[in-house]
Design a protein around this ligand. Structure first.
Ligand code: NAD
Length: 351
């Protein structure tokens, strides 16, 4: 089998995807068909002659989509992202393989997180607009020194660790929580593991870097918010559903939450990554969130650096090559991967 015999139906294509994948594909030579719709049960039939499909974060790869793909003899779902909460792995198990890009540039997200924090703290987003209106006053832009403040990191995997590394220069007290602590990293990057409640109670800034799982959906909710310091800053560059947005809005209205930086949102689909500038927003929760001057929403762009795009393209196409040409899936995931050693991937998900 030659590389050119392998057909990839590439869903949810944006111009920058095409550019990075076409460039990297010069080294592979797969036959890629670029499609605009995202992958879900209503579009899966577009993968008619494909051997593999390539999907992104807002695809919805449920049991019905998987049924349609397997009916068409598609063998592989190649996610071009790290998170896989949008795939029904139980439905995929034994029928179709799923691979992902477990790591591309954790520093892309870590550095972006610093950007959100400082933008919100020093009100740079508002200052930009004010100066453009020839208003050079600084009333309302008072921030605080980060030095000496406490920051809580939830999830110290690749991105959480990269964030702990880049935050070091600010002289903050860094607390962390992870279901699988990494004491070596704590020593190396000078942070302290504490119980989750302590993060909530003592942090001036809380930054989420854990994946979305069945256990932690709505981690930030009315009761966790009640434990937090008045005026806390919340940053979410991970997955929207980690925060119960209606509770966040109540916290913002009461002033309990001082500010929020959100690169992700519970209901991104249909909005994030799309140009909706000539349409009404039908999502009232999103619309309400956008009214707060102390909320900074960006459209899931923390990953968006040249280095990350090139790395995503290379790992995705390498995943396809590994699967079809070598019969292996080093970046495979399956329904067994949620705990212990995975019998299907024969891979420890924590390794
Ligand atoms: P990773 O797998 O390296 O690390 C995740 C860490 O979270 C692990 O150490 C794990 O033990 C921990 N964890 C799991 N459940 C937890 C819980 N309930 N509480 C605390 N910790 C928990 O993943 P990563 O590469 O660091 O990525 C983290 C997340 O960032 C991804 O799952 C994805 O959702 C998100 N992400 C966002 C963007 C973006 O552009 N905004 C880009 C890439 C990744």
């Amino acid at each position: 089998m030659n590389h050119s015999d392998i057909r990839i139906a590439f869903f949810d294509t944006k111009p920058y995807d095409r550019k990075s994948f076409d460039q990297v594909n010069q080294d592979f030579g797969f036959s890629i068909s670029y499609l605009e719709p995202r992958l879900d049960s209503s579009t899966a039939s577009m993968a008619e002659n494909a051997d593999a499909v390539c999907a992104f974060v807002n695809g919805s790869i449920d049991a019905e989509a998987i049924r349609k793909l397997t009916e068409r003899n598609v063998k592989l779902i190649a996610l071009r992202c790290a998170g896989f909460n949008n795939v029904d792995l139980a439905a995929a198990y034994g029928k179709i393989d799923v691979v992902r890009v477990p790591s591309y540039s954790p520093f892309a997200i870590a550095e972006y997180t610093i950007g959100l924090i400082q933008c919100l703290n020093r009100k740079i987003h508002r200052a930009y607009c004010r100066v453009r209106e020839n208003n050079f006053t600084i009333n309302g832009f008072l921030g605080y020194d980060l030095r000496g403040k406490t920051i809580g990191i939830i999830g110290t995997g690749k991105i959480g660790k990269a964030f702990a590394e880049v935050i070091q220069g600010f002289g903050m007290r860094v607390l962390a929580y992870d279901v699988y602590p990494d004491p070596e990293a704590a020593k190396k990057f000078h942070f302290e593991y504490v119980p989750l409640e302590q993060i909530f109670r003592e942090s001036d800034i809380i930054s989420l870097h854990c994946p979305l799982t069945a256990d932690n959906a709505g981690l930030i909710n009315e009761s966790s918010i009640a434990m937090m310091k008045d005026g806390v800053m919340l940053i979410n560059t991970s997955r929207g559903k980690l925060i119960r947005t209606k509770d966040l809005i109540e916290g913002l209205k009461s002033g309990k939450i001082g500010s929020a930086g959100l690169d992700v949102y519970e209901e991104e689909t249909g909005y994030f990554f799309e140009d909706r500038s000539d349409a009404a927003i039908h999502d009232d929760v999103l619309a309400r969130l956008m009214t707060f001057p102390n909320v900074l929403i960006t459209s899931h762009q923390a990953f968006f650096t040249e280095e990350a795009l090139a790395s995503i393209a290379r790992t995705t196409l390498q995943n396809v090559e590994d699967f079809f040409m070598r019969g292996i899936t080093p970046n495979g995931i399956c329904s067994q991967c949620s705990g212990g050693k995975c019998p299907r991937c024969r891979k420890d998900p924590k390794a």
